[in-house]
Design a protein around this ligand. Structure first.
Ligand code: IMP
Ligand code: MG
Length: 192
């Protein structure tokens, strides 16, 4: 979604935060449970958490601190080029993890799954490198928007088709630093 791609710092910054959907406390509680679950599942196994930049940076930072077993962290960045009419996606990896993942159980830590196109490409690329196992944990899932077959192993919150901001998620690179997840107010007069 390229909402307000050319935005300068907007005067209505605060007004666009329509309502809080998920509070800091709710996020924290979900992270504690997920951290415990991951710690149990991968106890005694080599674990690598992979975050796809930038949206999941806060989720990864908070989730990994709820994990009580040894784990490594890796970052990837991707540029997506999707034709309007074709479902065949093209994803260019612009930054890659350094680890040889054939030695690890890999958990992809994702901020939100929307159409699922970007993540599907990344899953396919990582699967091709033969990790010991590969799973996906996403903070948010918007299943109504899905365009490809891709289901996360874990979704901490399932939300309706709203554009959301905060806790790493942006609109035009702003709002990532909100500590909660909010619905963004897409008012018609400022649509571009
Ligand atoms: P997908 O390939 O359509 O699933 O795109 C997923 C990416 O789009 C996410 O990693 C986000 O960066 C972005 N995105 C999708 N929905 C939202 C949203 O509601 N708010 C902010 N970013 C979003
Ligand atoms: Mg984004």
């Amino acid at each position: 979604m390229d909402i307000n791609e050319n935005a300068v710092f907007p005067e209505d910054y605060a007004d666009r935060i329509k309502r809080v959907l998920i509070t800091e406390r709710e996020i924290k509680a979900a992270l504690e449970a997920e951290g415990e679950r991951i710690s149990r599942e991968f106890e005694g196994k080599p674990l690598l958490l992979v975050s796809v930049l930038k949206g999941s940076f806060i989720f990864l930072a908070d989730l990994c601190r709820e994990i009580t077993i040894p784990c490594e962290i890796g970052f990837m960045a991707a540029q997506s080029y999707f034709g309007g009419t074709t479902s065949a996606g093209k994803v260019e990896i612009t930054y890659d993890i350094k680890q040889d993942i054939s030695r690890y159980h890999v958990v992809i830590v994702e901020d939100i799954i929307d159409t699922g196109r970007t993540l599907k490409e990344i899953v396919d690329i990582l699967r091709g490198r033969n990790p010991l196992s590969l799973s996906v944990v996403t903070l948010l899932d918007k299943p109504e928007r899905r365009e490809v077959e891709l289901n996360p192993d874990r979704a901490l919150f399932t939300i309706p088709d709203h554009f959301v901001i905060g806790y790493g998620l942006d609109c035009g690179e702003l709002y990532r630093n909100l500590p909660y997840i909010a619905e963004y107010d897409i008012s018609p007069e400022s649509d571009q």
